[in-house]
Design a protein around this ligand. Structure first.
Ligand code: PMP
Length: 455
């Protein structure tokens, strides 16, 4: 017997604890229950359609129910859904690793699978720590990360990525030194066109730090090109290669967390590709399976891999793994997703969409009085709302929940979006059509106007 939408909602309210959700607030309203999806749309249990404006938390790539991916998962299901990679190999996991090595920045040839962005980062951090011990530099135990970096919610990931709001109950467990990102330095300098100045200052700060303390630093960890969860903070293009050069000079590993930026999000396959930067370790998740199934990967160089080689009884093995590491269904979905990238020339079609998004934002969103700044890198968009649109925007009182209210208003126009505080995020599936993109930006602008004109 099928349950009614009301009955499903009641079960949710009674039993489900939702992520990143103030449950007191959640329990006061009827939840939107998603029962299906198609292309760029989510469909609720009553049959209403909503544009998936944040690609189901930044991961959907080719749209929902993409025939090629559905088929690949079904075909894999008829062979085997899951068998372990501990002591056994698998077909989709081997094929996918080879494919990832082919399309990733040069030098990244080894693939360690896990299940989510956060675990990909945990693996990266543990690899870096063990690597330096195996290389007889055990004092290299600290990490350098960016202020307000976000790398997931497990303990290692929240140590390198710190957000006062999210993580204040969990003091960092790892020694982490923070660099001020160019975005904040530009604001410190008074905003406007301070990018070049901020870039110089940010790299100077990084160099001064490494010059003094590289002996104790294992790796620099960052989200390349744009810090997503901080509120879509872009970096000047030369920041990443600048940091990469410093990392090399001072013998520190470079870990690029491409969990959010990977798989076309920034206009190229990886954010690193904009400047042909090759990190020592790269973390992938979210869009890896086209946004279908939980799968993550941590890619490394041959040099890192080699450090872990030895006889069993030397115990230099990387003793890390998860039950579902390299899951066959997820790897099959990922392979199919990469095939779609090729067959449908997804990357080639992106510049036109990115440009259209920019034009729509310029026309419909930027002129709104509550919009302090619109930031866009590829199809990662942040619209910062503020009480005053000065160089250092004056925020709304947090209790007003302006970002949240805008997103709820957009929902009444058939759009699902989710804010980061008072930054409205637009991050649709890459497959979004021009008409859908226009509907998304239009509904967002309408919702901002409606909420902010009543404040
Ligand atoms: N790294 C980055 C850059 C992210 O944006 C996220 C998630 N938004 C993560 C890691 C964590 O990924 P997951 O939620 O799959 O653990």
């Amino acid at each position: 017997m099928e349950l009614s939408p009301e009955e499903i909602a009641r079960l949710d309210l009674r039993y489900v604890w939702h992520p990143f959700t103030q449950m007191q607030e959640w329990l006061e309203a009827e939840p939107l229950v998603i029962a299906g999806a198609e292309g760029s749309y989510l469909i609720d249990a009553r049959g209403n359609r909503y544009l998936d404006g944040v690609a189901s938390l930044w991961c959907n790539v080719h749209g929902h129910r993409k025939e090629a991916i559905d088929r690949a998962v079904r075909e894999q299901l008829s062979r085997v859904a899951h068998s372990t990679l501990l002591g056994l190999a698998g077909i989709p996991s081997a094929l996918l690793a080879a494919r990832l090595a082919e399309i990733s920045p040069s030098g990244l040839t080894k693939v360690f699978y896990s299940d989510s962005g956060a675990t990909a980062v945990e693996v990266a951090l543990k690899l870096a720590l063990q690597y330096w011990q195996l290389r007889k530099r055990p004092e290299k135990r600290a990490f350098v990360a960016l202020e307000e970096g976000y790398h997931g919610d497990t303990l290692g990931a929240i140590s390198v990525g710190w957000s006062e709001t999210f993580h204040r109950f969990f003091p960092p467990l790892l020694p982490v030194h923070r660099l001020r990102p160019p975005f904040l330095i530009a604001r410190d300098l008074g905003g406007g066109s301070r990018e070049a100045e901020a870039l110089g200052a940010a790299l100077e700060q990084a160099e001064a730090h490494l010059r003094e303390r590289s002996e104790e630093i294992a790796a620099i960890v960052l989200e390349p090109l744009i810090q997503g969860a901080a509120g879509m903070w872009p970096q000047p293009l030369q920041y990443l290669p600048g940091l990469a050069a410093l990392a090399k000079r001072y013998e520190v590993l470079l870990i690029c967390d491409e969990v959010a930026t990977g798989f076309g999000r920034t206009g190229k396959m990886f954010a690193c590709d904009h400047t042909a930067t090759s990190p020592d370790i790269m973390c992938l998740g979210k869009g890896l399976t086209g946004g279908y199934l939980p799968l993550a990967a941590t890619l490394t160089t041959q040099d890192i891999f080699d450090a872990f080689l030895g006889r069993y009884e030397e115990y230099v093995t990387f003793f890390h793994g998860h039950t579902f590491t390299g899951n066959a269904l997820a790897c099959a979905a990922a392979l199919a997703s990469l095939e779609v990238f090729e067959q449908e020339q997804v990357l080639e079609q992106l510049p036109a969409k990115v440009e259209l998004a920019g034009r729509l934002l310029d026309r419909l969103v930027k002129p709104l009085p509550a919009v302090a700044e619109v930031r866009q890198v590829g199809l990662m968009i942040g619209i910062e709302l503020a009480r005053e649109r000065t160089a250092h925007p004056v925020p709304f009182n947090a209790a007003m929940r302006v970002g949240h209210r805008v997103c709820m208003e957009a929902r009444s126009r058939g759009v699902v979006i989710r804010p980061l505080g008072d930054v409205i995020v637009l991050m649709p599936p890459l497959a979004i059509s021009a008409a859908e993109l226009e509907a998304l930006v239009d509904a967002t602008a309408w919702a901002i106007s409606r909420v902010c004109s009543s404040l």
